[in-house]
Design a protein around this ligand. Structure first.
Ligand SMILES: Cc1cc2nc3c(=O)[nH]c(=O)nc-3n(C[C@H](O)[C@H](O)[C@H](O)COP(=O)(O)O)c2cc1C
Length: 490
C-alpha cells in the first residue's frame, strides 16, 4: 500500500493541508487522501495557484462537510479536543506492537491530551526514545535510578501527575509483574506506586496469551481494578502466526481511554441503542459454515461512537477478529437466528442500528456429524432456506424502536436497492455503501478495509458523505442519531 509522506510536501502545501485537516477534523494524511480522491473523481477542476486550489477545496469540503445540521453536529463530535487537559502516562512494554504506541501517542495528542511516556528497556529494542520523545514532545522516562529524575522521587511524581496510566503494549511480563507486585524497574515501580486508574492493552503471541499463568495474572489484575482493552484475534506481526493476542488498534485504545475518563458531550445519555455487527456463520456441519467477508469494523466503530456520546449500547456481534469495544455490552452470536433472538430480547430500545452482514440463507439441515467424502457419491447437495430478516422484523415490531437504521451493502444499483430496502423494511434510514471491488474506496475496498464511503438514504432524499475512515463514519452517524433522537420523546 502506498503511503503519503506529508513531510516531503512543499511548506505552502503542507500549511494548507494542515489548516484544511484541522477544519475538517481529519489527520493530514486523511485530508490528503480525500483531496486526491476528489481530484480523481474530477471534482477539482483545472486549478493553478494555491489560493485557487484552496478556494476549490474549501467549496469541496464544505459541500461534503456542514451541509446539514446532522453533519454540522458531527463535526463537533469528532473528538478532536475530547481529551483536552487530560494527562496520560503511557508505559510502553517490549513487544512488537510497540510500534503502534507511536500512533497512539499521536492520536492522544491530537485530541488534546498531554502524553508522558515511560519505556521499559525491552521496549527500546523495538522503538527508539528519539521517536517517542519527538511524538510526545516530552522527555521519555526509562530509568528508575536516574539522578535527574529521582531527586524528587520521580516514579511517584510520574503517577501523581497523570489522570490515567495506559500500558500499551502490555507484555506478559508486565502483567505478571503487576499481578505479583514486583517493582524492579521504572515501569513496574510506577504501576505498583500508582493510585490512578490503569488501562492495559495486552499484546503477545497467542500461546503466551493462552498460557494459564497469563490467564491467572489477567484475572488477578481485573480483580485489582485494572481495565483491559483487547487483545483481538487475527494475524500477528510475526509471520505465520494468528490467534488471540494482537494489540487493540490505537483508536480502540483511545475510545477505551475516553470511556474511562468519562469525557466529552453525552447527548445520548439515558438512551438504549442496539447495534448489530460482523458476519453470521451458518453451519453446514460441525466444522464447515457459510460466511461472508464482513470484518465488524464499521459496526463496532458505531457501537463505540454511540457509547462515547453516552448511550447504553448493546452490541450483538457475529464472529469477528476485533476486540469488543470499550464501554459497550457485547453479546456474541454465530448464526442469524441467534442474532435475531438476541436483538428481540433486547427490545424495547430507543434506536437500533443494523450493520451486521446477516446471511440471507442457511443450509436447511446442518449435519450433526462432519459430512464425509464418499467415493462415487459425489458432492452433497445443500438445500438452502431463508434466514429471518432481522431489520424488517424490528422495523415492523410492536416494540419498534423510535429510530431504526439499516445498512445496505451492494455491489450494483446501490441507490435503487437502498431506496427499496428503506420502504420494505420499515427503516427510517438506510446507510448504503458500495462494497464492490470497483468502489475505489481505500486500498482494499470497504469489506474488511478501514475506510468507507456511504450515502444516507431517507424519505427526505439522499445525502452523500465523502470517503473517510470507518471511525469517522461512525462518529458522524452517532451524531446524526443523537440529532434525530432529540425529536423523539420517550
Ligand atoms: C522479537 C521479540 C518480540 C517479542 N514480542 C513480545 C510481545 O509481543 N509480547 C510480549 O509479552 N513479549 C514479547 N517479547 C518478549 C519480551 O520482550 C520480554 O518478555 C521482555 O522481558 C519484556 O520486557 P518488559 O515487560 O519489561 O517490556 C518479545 C521478544 C522478542 C525478542
Amino acid at each position: 500500500m502506498a503511503s503519503i509522506t506529508i513531510r516531503n510536501l512543499d511548506d505552502e502545501v503542507k500549511e494548507l493541508l494542515r489548516r484544511l485537516a484541522a477544519e475538517n477534523d481529519r489527520s493530514m494524511e486523511e485530508q490528503a487522501r480525500v483531496m486526491i480522491r476528489a481530484a480523481v473523481d474530477g471534482q477539482i477542476g483545472p486549478v493553478g495557484r494555491i489560493d485557487q486550489i484552496e478556494k476549490t477545496l474549501r467549496e469541496l469540503t464544505s459541500v461534503h462537510g456542514a451541509a446539514t445540521p446532522a453533519t454540522a453536529l458531527a463535526g463537533k463530535s469528532v473528538p478532536r479536543g475530547s481529551l483536552s487537559g487530560k494527562r496520560i502516562l503511557l508505559i510502553i512494554g517490549g513487544g512488537i506492537a510497540a510500534y503502534k504506541a507511536l500512533d497512539l501517542i499521536r492520536r492522544l495528542r491530537e485530541r488534546g491530551a498531554a502524553v508522558r511516556v515511560v519505556m521499559t528497556s525491552a521496549a527500546q529494542e523495538f522503538v527508539t526514545t528519539l521517536s517517542v520523545g519527538a511524538l510526545s514532545a516530552d522527555h521519555v522516562f526509562t530509568e528508575l535510578f536516574d539522578r535527574n529524575d529521582e531527586h524528587d522521587v520521580g516514579h511517584i511524581r510520574l503517577s501523581r501527575e497523570a489522570d490515567l496510566l495506559v500500558v500499551a503494549p502490555a507484555t506478559a511480563d508486565l502483567m505478571a509483574k503487576l499481578a505479583n507486585g514486583h517493582a524492579n524497574d521504572l515501569a513496574s515501580t510506577v504501576l505498583v506506586a500508582t493510585d490512578k486508574p490503569v488501562l492495559m492493552a495486552p499484546a503477545m503471541n497467542p500461546r503466551m496469551w493462552a498460557h494459564p499463568a497469563t490467564r491467572r495474572n489477567r484475572a488477578t489484575l481485573q480483580k485489582d481494578g485494572i481495565s483491559f482493552i483487547g487483545p483481538a484475534k487475527g494475524e500477528m506481526a510475526e509471520s505465520n502466526e494468528a490467534g488471540e493476542g494482537r494489540m487493540a488498534e490505537p483508536l480502540e485504545i483511545v475510545a477505551a481511554i475516553e470511556a474511562l475518563l468519562d469525557v466529552g458531550p453525552r447527548p445520548l445519555s439515558g438512551r438504549k441503542i442496539i447495534v448489530t455487527s460482523g458476519p453470521t456463520h451458518e453451519p453446514i456441519d460441525p466444522v464447515r459454515y457459510i460466511a461472508n467477508r464482513s470484518s465488524g469494523k464499521q459496526g463496532h466503530a458505531i457501537a463505540a461512537a454511540l457509547a462515547r456520546l453516552g448511550a447504553d449500547v448493546h452490541l450483538v456481534s457475529g464472529p469477528v477478529g476485533i476486540a469488543d469495544p470499550a464501554g459497550v455490552k457485547t453479546i456474541h452470536v454465530e448464526r442469524a437466528q441467534e442474532m435475531r433472538d438476541a436483538v428481540e430480547q433486547l427490545l424495547p430500545a430507543d434506536a437500533a442500528v443494523f450493520v451486521a452482514a446477516v446471511a440471507d440463507w442457511r443450509s436447511e439441515n446442518s449435519a450433526g456429524e462432519k459430512i464425509k467424502k464418499v467415493a462415487g457419491e459425489g458432492p452433497p447437495v445443500l438445500r438452502m432456506v431463508e434466514n429471518p430478516d432481522i431489520l424488517a422484523g424490528v422495523g415492523h415490531h410492536s416494540q419498534r424502536p423510535g429510530l431504526v437504521i439499516g445498512f445496505a451493502a451492494e455491489t450494483q444499483n446501490l441507490l435503487r436497492n437502498a431506496e427499496a430496502k428503506l420502504k420494505k423494511k420499515g427503516a427510517d434510514l438506510i446507510v448504503a455503501n458500495d462494497v464492490s471491488q470497483a468502489s475505489g474506496v481505500g486500498p482494499s475496498g470497504v469489506m474488511g478495509g478501514d475506510r468507507n464511503r456511504v450515502r444516507i438514504v431517507s424519505k427526505a432524499g439522499v445525502e452523500g458523505w465523502p470517503e473517510m475512515s470507518k471511525d469517522e463514519v461512525a462518529a458522524r452517524l452517532a451524531a446524526l442519531i443523537a440529532e434525530r433522537l432529540k425529536t423523539i420523546v420517550v
